[in-house]
Design a binder for this molecule. Structure first.
Ligand code: LUZ
Ligand code: MOS
Length: 765
């Protein structure tokens, strides 16, 4: 096995760890306030769909300490923040589309005055009929974009050759992002009418664009800066824009700094979440457990505006056959407009929902085919050279990861132990489920697969780097520092990673799609290599050699030329280069090669590579109370070669627990009027340490195959979330062993209440 980084270069703590532990890391709310700062708060619609018939802001405006109250007609640019489609006003004009839609912006001397002022706004809304269910939206023709479809082979002519055909319906609920740092922005005036915006965003350029549109300014007059954010999970890919646009509008109009840091309550009810989906499926098998045909129709609950929903919808289609090869597929997806806050990116970006439905189809088929779901999964794993429904050929690790998984974990024995336990226990039942995953890495929108890095070496030999990557706790800055440390053979403390800033790095893609370390890491690699190439010439000029292809390396601060010590130190080399007027800076651009997709055909090569893995989850269900515990999750995960196993392990463990939360206790609940009832952490239950698996065991699948990952360290942000899917089916299997007569139900999450109802065959489900 050819390893790119030595063990000591891989085993490195996050560079942020000391500042985090000491409370020195700077988040939006830690930025020192500038005198004269105004505090913003929005007044929002309390009706899911309707027309504003009265809006009187005078009492709020006249309140002592209120500086201004802005409404849509005060907007100096255009009242539009839609990212993919121009369908989302920043503030309602006369129609409101969801509860929590901003109608007015209060700017006051303090947060509490702003809060009081909002209560003094007199607004009457004539209510229209609201839609909250995507299937009803579909029936009424309320679609955000025309429906999308993938076709592989020919399902229609295949059904007749199937020995077994099953049909069913699956429902999946949404998920609240619950990043620890809520949404927010702080806009400050800069001389010449420019504005600087600090934003808690995954996408500084998206914020810059939205601010430009809303204020009517040009992008070069707006500087967006992000030091780090306290989590994003997709919720700040697009939905950080509104708060930044509101603050910047306030600054543009008043000339004063404006800050808005949302309370948790505001954040939960105003922002969109993971998309709930409802789906119909039909699956056909031969008599050897091979899936011959699969048809699936997805109804995506997009909410009231497009936001990123069309792109999320596409990824649902891309992942609708998960890690399996199915020769005949029709997958259709509808982007349904409802009167809920616009749903948005969330770790996995629609992929997990697509994968859940095929797993439901397999789970429903298994008992009828007299086998375990894992027998079907194993029989259909995609192999290198097989084609995905979207035309890309697989470079598969699905079978390898499954094989290693069987070598490491005795699945048969696990199942026997579960069966034995279930025989011996009446009111406690265990369930087991295997979950293979396959996730495509790259933005599905080809143009987004680009990034830039700006590397400076200062004359004392220290290095400073800016990229388009936003640090959100995922460790991307550490990985970028590792890249530079590797190329220059320098200790990590010689490298600094600066804030993400649109004046230093322009036109960034958001930090998303698991691709941030790959894209920005590759750009950094290119910049460092370009500088190193120039430094090589300097070494050659002073080391008195004719050799032109010599490789240089720095060991313990000394320069080595072709492995020979030169006695030149790194500092001397840098001084020499400066003296010779050699550039010590580089700006590099990386664009992922060979990715493309043609939506008119539904075919192409959208992903630079795929990440695979196999997990097993065991649960114990208390059949009197309906609650449950996760005994363990064991995984073989396809790392390629992890460049930082500690960071990647953190991503995997976090992803698994977040996936478990989505499948079990987290239940987003809007009532029929479109009002969010699970609007606080008392009613929206997230997994805590007791809900986490008692044991998480992660075995790395290490390969030295060429891939397009940074230093062959495969993307790790989103894929592990999908191991969480297995929890649903493990619970379902435990319920079945308690009561084999209950029909299998496919309606995530499996909250304890639903488990209890299912155990006793309730029809209320
Ligand atoms: N964001 C995006 C994403 O804009 N495009 C994508 O393909 C994507 N995939 C995953 C997560 N975020
Ligand atoms: Mo994301 S769902 O990678 O912003």
């Amino acid at each position: 096995l050819k390893l790119i980084l030595s063990k000591s270069k891989r085993n490195m703590r996050s560079i942020d760890i000391h500042d985090h532990v000491k409370g020195r890391s700077i988040y939006l709310d830690d930025i020192p306030l500038i005198q004269g700062t105004l505090f913003a708060r929005v007044f929002t619609s309390n009706v899911a769909h309707g027309r504003i018939i009265k809006l009187d802001i005078s009492k709020a405006r006249d309140l002592e300490g209120v500086h201004k109250v802005l409404i849509s007609s005060d907007i100096t640019g255009i009242n539009q923040i839609g990212g993919i489609i121009d369908d989302e006003p920043l503030m309602a004009e006369n129609i409101v589309d969801f509860i929590g839609m901003p109608i007015a912006l209060v700017l006051a001397d303090s947060e509490s005055i702003a809060r009081k002022a909002c209560k003094l706004i007199d607004c009457k809304i004539e209510a229209f009929e609201e839609i909250t269910d995507p299937r009803i939206a579909y029936e009424k023709g309320a679609l955000i974009i025309p429906s999308k479809k993938f076709i592989l082979g020919d399902t229609e002519s295949t059904w007749s050759s199937c020995s077994h055909i099953f049909e069913g319906k699956a429902d999946i609920n949404g998920q609240e992002h619950l990043y620890i740092e809520t949404q927010g922005a702080y806009a400050q005036p800069v001389e010449g009418g420019k504005i600087k915006v600090y934003s808690s965003t995954q996408g500084p350029t998206a914020v810059q664009r939205a601010v430009a549109k809303v204020t009517g300014m040009e992008m070069h007059s707006i500087e967006v800066d992000v030091t780090r954010i306290g989590g994003g999970f997709g919720g700040k890919e697009d939905q950080a824009n509104a708060w930044a646009a509101l603050c910047a509008l306030g600054t543009h109009i008043t000339g004063r700094p404006v800050k808005y840091s949302l309370s948790r309550e505001e954040d939960i009810y105003m922002t969109g979440k993971r998309h709930p989906y409802s789906a119909d499926f039909k699956i056909g098998f031969d008599n050897k457990l091979k899936i011959l045909a699969y048809e699936v129709t997805f109804f995506q609950n997009a909410g009231a505006a497009a936001d990123l929903s069309p792109a999320v919808l596409e990824r649902t289609l891309f992942h609708c056959t998960n890690a399996y090869f199915i020769p005949n597929v029709i997958a259709i997806a509808h982007c349904c407009k409802t009167n809920l806050p616009p749903n948005t990116a969330f770790r996995g970006f629609g992929g997990p929902q697509g994968m859940f439905v095929i797993e439901c189809a397999i789970a429903i088929a298994a008992p009828k085919l007299n086998c375990k779901a894992s027998d079907i999964q194993k029989a259909n794993l995609i192999t290198t050279g097989d084609v995905f429904p979207y035309g890309q050929l697989a470079e598969s690790e699905a079978e390898t990861s499954w094989q290693q998984f069987e070598d490491r974990f005795d699945l048969k024995k696990m199942q026997q132990d579960v069966d034995q336990f279930n025989k011996e226990n009446i009111h406690l039942k265990k369930g087991l489920a295997v979950q293979p995953i396959c996730f495509g890495i790259s933005f599905t929108k080809t143009l987004m697969n680009q990034a830039r890095s700006l590397v400076h070496i200062y004359t004392d030999g220290s290095v400073g780097i800016t990229t388009g990557a936003v640090e959100m706790g995922q460790g991307v800055n550490t990985k970028i520092a590792q890249v530079a440390a590797h190329i220059f053979s320098l200790p990590i403390d010689k490298i600094r990673i600066y804030s993400t800033n649109t004046t230093r790095i322009a036109n960034t893609s958001p930090s998303a799609a698991s691709a941030t370390a790959d894209l920005n890491g590759k750009a950094t690699l290119m910049a460092c290599e370009a500088i190193k190439e120039r430094l090589k010439k300097v070494v050659i000029s002073i080391a008195d050699t004719k050799e032109q292809n010599s490789d240089i390396e720095i060991r313990d601060g000394l320069v080595f030329l072709d492995s020979l010590e030169t006695k030149i130190t790194w500092q001397e080399l840098i001084s020499k280069a400066f003296e010779q007027r050699v550039s010590l800076s580089e700006h590099a651009h990386y664009a992922t090669p060979d990715v493309h997709f043609d939506w008119s055909k539904g075919k192409g090569h959208p992903f630079s590579y795929h990440v695979y893995g196999t997990s097993v989850t065991q649960v114990t269900v208390d059949c009197i109370r309906g609650n449950y515990e996760i005994d363990f999750v064991k995984v073989v995960h396809d790392y390629g070669q992890s460049m930082n196993p500690m960071i990647d392990l953190g991503q995997i463990e976090g992803g698994i627990v977040q996936g478990i939360g989505w499948m079990t206790c987290e239940d987003v609940f809007y009532d029929e009027k479109g009002k969010l009832r699970s609007n606080a952490l008392s009613t929206y239950k997230i997994p805590d340490i007791y809900a986490a698996p008692k044991e998480i065991d992660i075995i790395p699948l290490i390969t030295d195959k060429e891939n397009l990952a940074i230093l062959q360290s495969k993307a790790v942000g989103e894929p592990p979330l999908m191991y969480g899917l297995g929890t649903y089916f493990a619970i379902e299997n435990a319920i079945q062993s308690f009561n084999p007569t209950v029909p299998r139900r496919m309606n995530a999450p499996y909250t304890p209440e639903k488990v209890l109802l299912a155990l006793y065959g309730s029809k209320d489900l």
